[in-house]
Design a protein. Sequence first.
Length: 94
Amino acid sequence: MFSILTDLSFRRFVTPRLVRLIYFISLIGAALSAFAWMLSGFKTSVFYGIFTFASGPLAFFIYMLTARVVLEFMLAVFRIAENTERLREKHENR
């Protein structure tokens, strides 16, 4: 991992190796945020507390889905870059 971080030519990408960690951290953040939001709703009023308690899991699901889609998009871009580099190297070796 350290060799990837010190690669000044940026030939290898670090993001594909960190995607699981980034996703796990975002899920923990989403869960804590949804839980805090649901609890803070009751400080405002009972009605708002019931609303936040009912919509908190939905907000968590939407955030989780959004984080997953963004990370998959990032991985797709990195895989395209890696495959393009392989094709370029293959073409140059002909």
